[in-house]
Write a protein that binds this ligand. Structure first.
Ligand code: HEM
Length: 91
């Protein structure tokens, strides 16, 4: 299967955004349960209250990026099969 460089770049961006979201999810989760450790580690930036807000906010972006990441491959396969069939019909 041929791979489009632009689509691969989009795919890589989605992948690394997902990685950042996973790390933020983890850190903010720890910021709620282990605030005695996380608060001084982040120089007081991530308070328990802030961690709670961040953790709550992250659900939607995380689910959206996860779905984009997981469905990109299958969507590309369906699309390229469709294009291949279209090319065959034109010949
Ligand atoms: C909750 C976290 C994650 C889940 C559930 C997940 C799930 C998946 C699934 C189902 C596929 C196969 C998609 C397909 O059929 O094409 C896949 C592919 C892949 N994932 Fe993830 N993933 C996660 C996080 C990540 C992260 C954080 C990275 C890297 C920063 C990553 C890198 C990759 C790569 C390199 C592929 C292969 C894509 C390709 O075919 O070129 N994944 N992942």
């Amino acid at each position: 299967m041929e791979r489009d460089a632009n689509l691969e770049a989009v795919r890589a961006v989605i992948r690394y955004l997902l990685l950042v979201l996973i790390l933020l999810y983890l850190i903010s989760g720890l910021g709620i349960t282990q605030y005695q450790i996380i608060e001084p580690l982040t120089l007081g930036l991530l308070t328990k209250n802030m961690a709670f807000k961040l953790h709550d906010f992250l659900l939607v972006p995380f689910v959206v990026m996860l779905l984009a990441h997981v469905l990109f491959g299958p969507a590309m396969r369906v699309y390229s099969r469709f294009k291949k069939r279209q090319r065959q019909q034109q010949q």
